[in-house]
Design a protein around this ligand. Structure first.
Ligand code: AP5
Length: 183
């Protein structure tokens, strides 16, 4: 099975995914942004991952296409990615129809947290440059649910919402792993 694992920056999706992976030995975690970054660095268009969302939309679309092509043959993967990317020009769909068509996904897992916790986690993470974010976490999480509903309708993938409560990474990871058990 293939899943998209979605969460706004700082929600803790990478942390939860890495924990869930311990319970899912047959699965690989692949970060869509990292794959895009590798290509963009080779092309010399960006230096770090926070510059990705500032690229012109037509360049981002090409990076998305390339990444999706790489992933479409893989099985049993958890794709760490975004459905609604905040760019200086507007919200960019992380998974437009033509990308979804290539990926063939079974699950869309939304990781959510309380906005105040997300803000605190972002403040603590000095390695990232997020001063350009205008969208409040609450609105961004609501937006993700709309994009998830659209992606689910287009693909037939099931949507699961998981709360990543403060200090409860294991609980969120357990729920994520259970979502991937085929029944
Ligand atoms: P990506 O790497 O996914 O960036 P991000 O969303 O900013 O991810 P982070 O890893 O910083 O945040 P996280 O939510 O995973 O939090 P973390 O686990 O570190 O993507 C990079 C870029 O690629 C994107 O910005 C975009 O431009 C581009 N991109 C990606 N996909 C794309 C697509 N499809 N189309 C176009 N562009 C795309 O946790 C944060 C902190 O919180 C940690 O310190 C952690 O210890 C702590 N924490 C987590 N959970 C808990 C908890 N329960 N209790 C206490 N502390 C916690």
């Amino acid at each position: 099975m293939k899943a998209l694992v979605i969460g706004i920056p700082g929600v803790g999706k990478t942390t939860v995914l890495n924990k869930a992976k311990e319970k899912l030995p047959n699965y690989k975690v692949l970060n869509f942004g990292t794959q895009m970054l590798k290509t963009a660095k080779k092309q010399g268009t960006v230096e770090d991952r926070d510059q990705l969302r500032k690229l012109p939309a037509n360049q981002t679309k090409k990076l998305q296409e390339k990444t999706a092509k790489k992933l479409n043959k893989k099985e049993n993967i958890l794709i760490d990615t975004h459905l609604a990317v905040e760019t200086p020009k507007g919200i960019l769909p992380g998974m437009p129809k033509w990308i979804l068509n290539k990926l063939n996904i079974d699950r869309i897992i939304l990781i959510e947290s309380k906005p105040q916790n997300i803000n605190k986690r972002r403040e603590k993470d000095q390695s990232r440059e997020r001063s350009d974010f205008k969208l409040p976490p609450k609105e961004h999480q609501e937006l993700n649910r709309h994009y998830a509903a659209t992606a689910s309708t287009l693909t037939g993938a099931l949507v699961k919402i998981i709360k990543n409560k403060q200090g409860k990474i294991n609980k969120a990871a357990k729920q994520l792993a259970e979502t991937m058990e085929e029944k």
